[in-house]
Every structure is written in structure tokens, then in C-alpha cells.
Design a protein around this ligand. Structure first.
Ligand code: SF4
Ligand code: SF4
Length: 338
């Protein structure tokens, strides 16, 4: 059966479009005990979802909460206390912020799913409190998965520290010494201090590496890569974690196709969007909404898929695998709303 994906494209009235979607969802979910899964952006990132678009959410829900888990790497969202501080600095302090996996990502619940790579998904423990959730996702590029959409936001985002380690353990970046120009950009951007110059070429300490793929994304010469099967394995695990996070819960998804950048919001500091804004999508199906999102990016980018060349990763694999595991369908109907 085709899934419905709703599309709002009046860029001058994005807040009104967001409110329309939230109102539609509130009629399905009711008003109470709603978790809003969001990514607040790493320190000084300013291309994350604009918090102003979400300010009316309390008109539709009673005491909704932003929910999120800590990240693996050293940064402004590694500890719960810093994470909340960063969220507030980025303008999200108007709602309660519930970091689900404790101060350092140590509080986990194991959800049995019995999928090819994951028997038990280790999710942020606090997720147990929520039965009804909305994934608010900034759709953009991603070094590990080509692009990052709703599936990535939920699956990777809700992993506890142990869960994120499980997913990232699939990646071990390799440096091509022929094309490395020793510019040190990877060293400056590695959140785990896992890279140093060895005989004037970058070298990765695999014991320290947490598999975040930031080095792959930022290298100007494409000298760092992962082997394709590693990226695929990581995408499979993200899908499996999404299955676990959505199990026995009611989820809706809103994707913001605004400030579309090559890299994800985990990259601290400023990034420049490479194309014009497109609008906002809403669906009950995470696969359909991500498929519609990448289709629209291609359409508005003169027919070109922008992320595959940039990151050397075939992002569509995550959709194929998610469909195979029954998370949703890529067969969707796009419904424009005014
Ligand atoms: S960013 Fe790329 S070119 Fe620069 S030092 Fe690292 S691997 Fe070498
Ligand atoms: S993937 Fe690259 S940037 Fe990330 S921790 Fe490993 S070496 Fe550092």
C-alpha cells in the first residue's frame, strides 16, 4: 500500500506549515505524553531546525518534551548537562528537555529485535516513558550514510552510548597515502583525537576511532574512506535500531528540507547550505518520508543526487534495507497542502 507524504512548500510561511502538520498529528496522537525527538545541533551549528518554527507546539500538546540522547564523541552534547545548555543556547529552551540516557549515555534499555546485525538494541532508557513521539528531522547530507533523514534521527539518535558504539563499530576509516596532502583538516575535526600525521601523512588510530566518519566528510581530497560494506553495515544497524525505537510505539515524522548542507548538524560551527530550501514534509512512514525527501532534493538540485559523490556512499541503501525489514515503504503519494 502507498504511504501518504504531505508536502508544504510555502517558504515564506514555514511556521504556519509546521503548525498545520502538528495540528494534524495531534488529532491522531491526542494531547498528552508526547516526546519530540530532535537534534539540537553541535555547538555553534546554526543550520539545525529553526526553533522558532516549533514555538507553537504547546497550543496542540500538553507539556510536550524534547527528547534526545547524548553523543559518543567529545563535544558540547557528550554530557547531559552540557547537552541541555547547548540546546538552550540554540533556542530550544522553551520546552522541557529530556535527555534519555543519563549524564554520560550510560542509562540504557535493551530492546529485543532479533535482526541480522542486532539482537538487542541499546536505547536511551528514558524512551520507555513515551508511547507517542514525533521525529523532527533536519534533512541533510551525512558522511556515513550519504544523507541523514528520519531513520537516522531516530535509529542513531536514540541509541545510548553502548548502542551508538555498536552502530559505529562498523566503520574503520582508511587513509590513501597517495592522495593525502597533510592539510590536517581531518585532525582538526576528529572528535576522538584519533588522527595524527605519521611521516607527513594522516594516520588513524583505530583503537581510539569511534567511527563517526567526520574525517571522511571533511577531507578535501577524498583521501579518507571506509570500505563500502562497512557503510552498508552501519546503515543496516541504524535501520535495526529504528525498528527497536519504534516498536510498540506510535510515531509520526516531520522532515525539514531547509538549510540543506553536505554535512550533518553534528559538525560544530557554521556550514553553508548548497541549495535552496524546499519545504517541510510529514508522514507516518519513516521510509516514505525519507524517500520523498531525497527525491525532492534531487528534483530541486537539477536532477542530481548531491550526497553520493560528496561522501562516496550510496544513501539509498538505507531505504532499501528499511523496506526489506518492514519499517515502511518507498512507494509514496506526495500530497501538497496549502
Ligand atoms: S584531511 Fe585528508 S588530505 Fe588532509 S591530512 Fe587528513 S587525510 Fe590528509
Ligand atoms: S571516523 Fe575519523 S573523525 Fe571519526 S573518530 Fe574515527 S578517525 Fe576521528
Amino acid at each position: 500500500m502507498r504511504s501518504k507524504v504531505y508536502f508544504y512548500k510555502n517558504l515564506d510561511e514555514l511556521k504556519s506549515g509546521t503548525n498545520k502538520f502538528i495540528e494534524m498529528i495531534s488529532k491522531e496522537l491526542g494531547e498528552d505524553n508526547i516526546g519530540l525527538k530532535i537534534h539540537f545541533g553541535e555547538g555553534n551549528n546554526d543550520t539545525h531546525i529553526d526553533p522558532e518554527l516549533l514555538k507553537d507546539v504547546t497550543k496542540y500538546f500538553n507539556n510536550p518534551k524534547f527528547v534526545e540522547c547524548n553523543v559518543l564523541y567529545k563535544g558540547t552534547r557528550t554530557r547531559k548537562s552540557d547537552h541541555i545548555e547547548t540546546a538552550k543556547k540554540h533556542g530550544f529552551g522553551f520546552l522541557e528537555i529530556d535527555i534519555l540516557d543519563g549524564e554520560l549515555g550510560e542509562e540504557a534499555v535493551e530492546v529485543p529485535i532479533n535482526t541480522p546485525n542486532t539482537k538487542f538494541a541499546k536505547l536511551g532508557k528514558g524512551l520507555e516513558k513515551y508511547g507517542k513521539l514525533i521525529a523532527l528531522t533536519h534533512f541533510k547530507g551525512h558522511g556515513m550514510s550519504g544523507f541523514g533523514g528520519a531513520i537516522k534521527n531516530v535509529g542513531m539518535g536514540l541509541g545510548s552510548r553502548g548502542g551508538k558504539l555498536d552502530m559505529h563499530s562498523s566503520l574503520s576509516p582508511q587513509v590513501n597515502r597517495q592522495t593525502c596532502i597533510a592539510c590536517k583538516v581531518c585532525i582538526e575535526n576528529c572528535p576522538a583525537d584519533a588522527i595524527k600525521l605519521v611521516e607527513n601523512k594522516a594516520g588513524v588510530n583505530q583503537d581510539k576511532c569511534i567511527g563517526c566518519a567526520m574525517c571522511i566528510a571533511v577531507c578535501p581530497t577524498g583521501a579518507i574512506s571506509s570500505v563500502p560494506h562497512e557503510s552498508k553495515r552501519l546503515m543496516e544497524k541504524v535501520v535495526e535500531y529504528t525498528l527497536a525505537a519504534t516498536k510498540n510505539k506510535e510515531w509520526w515524522y516531520i522532515n525539514f528540507l531547509t538549510n540543506i548542507t553536505y554535512l550533518c548538524d553534528c559538525k560544530g560551527g557554521k556550514q553553508k547550505p548548497f541549495m535552496k530550501d524546499i519545504g517541510i514534509l510529514m508522514s507516518k512512514d519513516p521510509v516514505a518520508i525519507d524517500k520523498a525527501s531525497i527525491d525532492l532534493v534531487i528534483k530541486y538540485n537539477e536532477g542530481n543526487e548531491p550526497f553520493e559523490n560528496k561522501h562516496g556512499v550510496e544513501g539509498s541503501y538505507i531505504l532499501d534495507y528499511a523496506e526489506e525489514l518492514g519499517l515502511g515503504t518507498q512507494d509514496y503519494e506526495l500530497i501538497e497542502i496549502e
